[in-house]
Design a protein around this ligand. Structure first.
Ligand code: NAP
Ligand code: ZN
Length: 349
């Protein structure tokens, strides 16, 4: 029997969220039914709901920062039991057999990564995400949330946390490395915390200085305003890694100018428009321009364990289901400290 669960759905790009119900599939042998406690609001939810990345299929229930507890398990599930604290991130299935999946890069499955919402699932249905009270996910994509982290502050780790952990590890953020984090929103504040915990020297580049105290509390040793033209001159050729979490258009040449020779500018931010790249900015200093897309399941578990070990979690604003539309507008205005999480018990209440 399928499970009917209350959910929030966007009826179209411009309309307010509505309360609805979703049918979650009957448990297959390797499935887990999760009671969702908290769902984070990622800027990707907003880009998608507002049709900024191309066509979206409506009605859509977004949400890929899911934290809750196991409500039931299929007959073949091992190592997870009712009541366990679990999370689900941006993906819910992949082939599990190709070279990428075998190497732990389910996010780049050669056949198809199934994204948590708005994507075609293996059975042909459209996936619907975490702004709901229950979800069914195959066990391979269910993460364990360590006991030390509250479910509300853990939810954002499932996307924001892993998205910044992956490039910080890959590009050598650690003792002796100078890292700049551009944009201190949901992803950015996690990048500051994780890069500092990895031992890097962290500078935040924000539009203004209003969040400086917070940035320093999260572990940054320097905090600069990008609205101040002198910032780029001062910081010329300074950083081994510049990690951009910016959701809007960016002056790439300016940001490449603060990368050291042989260093890297890596973007996880996904502005809707194509960006201009003057190649000269890359050549002087043999610089690397790269992107990074979330991270595999094993690395996501490593990140959760790392955060628990280092006492790191997201800073959140807890909201009810009726505040989601207003929260979207506030995220777009960079007015969130630093991630909204939805108390899913308020959906349909
Ligand atoms: P967010 O909370 O809105 O943070 C984005 C930050 O960018 C803002 O806090 C702001 O930082 C800065 N910013 C916003 N508008 C700006 C502008 N016009 N000019 C300069 N800076 C601006 O969003 P998020 O949830 O962290 O997501 C950030 C981006 O990453 C989004 O594009 C999202 O879709 C993308 N994303 C990518 C992945 C991936 O796997 N690659 C995963 C998740 C999200 P300040 O206030 O400090 O200036
Ligand atoms: Zn996300």
């Amino acid at each position: 029997m399928t499970t009917t669960t209350p959910a929030l759905a966007a009826p179209s790009a411009g309309d307010r969220f509505e309360t609805t119900t979703l049918e979650r599939r009957d448990l297959r042998p390797d499935d887990v039914l999760i009671d969702i406690a908290w769902a984070g609001i990622c800027h990707s939810d907003i880009h998608t709901v507002r049709g900024e990345w191309g066509a979206t299929t409506y009605p859509l229930t977004p949400g890929h920062e899911i934290a809750g507890t196991v409500a039931a398990v299929g007959s073949a599930v091992e190592g997870l039991a009712v009541g366990d604290r679990v999370g689900v991130g941006c993906m819910v299935d992949s082939c599990g057999e190709c070279a990428q999946c075998r190497d732990g890069h389910e996010n780049f499955c050669e056949r198809k990564t199934v994204w948590t919402y708005g994507d075609e699932d293996v059975d042909g249905t459209t996936t619907q995400g975490g702004y709901s009270q229950q979800v069914v996910v195959t066990q391979r994509f269910v993460l364990r949330i360590p006991d030390g982290i509250g479910l509300d502050v853990a939810a954002p780790l499932l996307c924001a946390g892993i998205t910044v952990y992956t490039p910080l590890k890959r590009w050598g953020a650690g003792p002796g490395a100078k890292v700049a984090v551009v944009g201190m929103g949901g992803l950015g504040h996690m990048a500051v915390k994780i890069a500092s915990a990895l031992g890097a020297e962290v500078t935040v580049l924000s539009q203004g200085l209003s969040k400086e105290q917070d940035g320093r509390r999260f572990g940054a040793s320097d905090y600069r305003a990008t609205s101040d033209a002198g910032t780029f001159e001062d910081l010329r050729s300074t950083f081994d890694l510049v990690l951009s979490t910016v959701s809007a258009d960016l002056d790439l040449a300016a940001y490449l100018s603060i990368v050291k020779p042989f260093g890297a500018f890596v973007t996880v931010g996904l502005p809707p428009n194509p960006q201009q790249l003057p190649f000269f900015a890359l050549m002087g200093g043999d610089k690397v321009l790269a992107g990074s897309n979330i991270g595999g399941i094993a690395l996501t578990q490593e990140m959760l364990d790392f955060c628990a070990e280092h006492g790191i979690a997201a800073e959140v604003e807890r909201i009810g289901a009726d505040q989601v539309d207003e929260a979207y507008d506030r995220v777009v205005k960079s007015d969130v400290r630093y991630r909204f999480v939805i108390d899913t018990s308020t959906i349909g209440a």
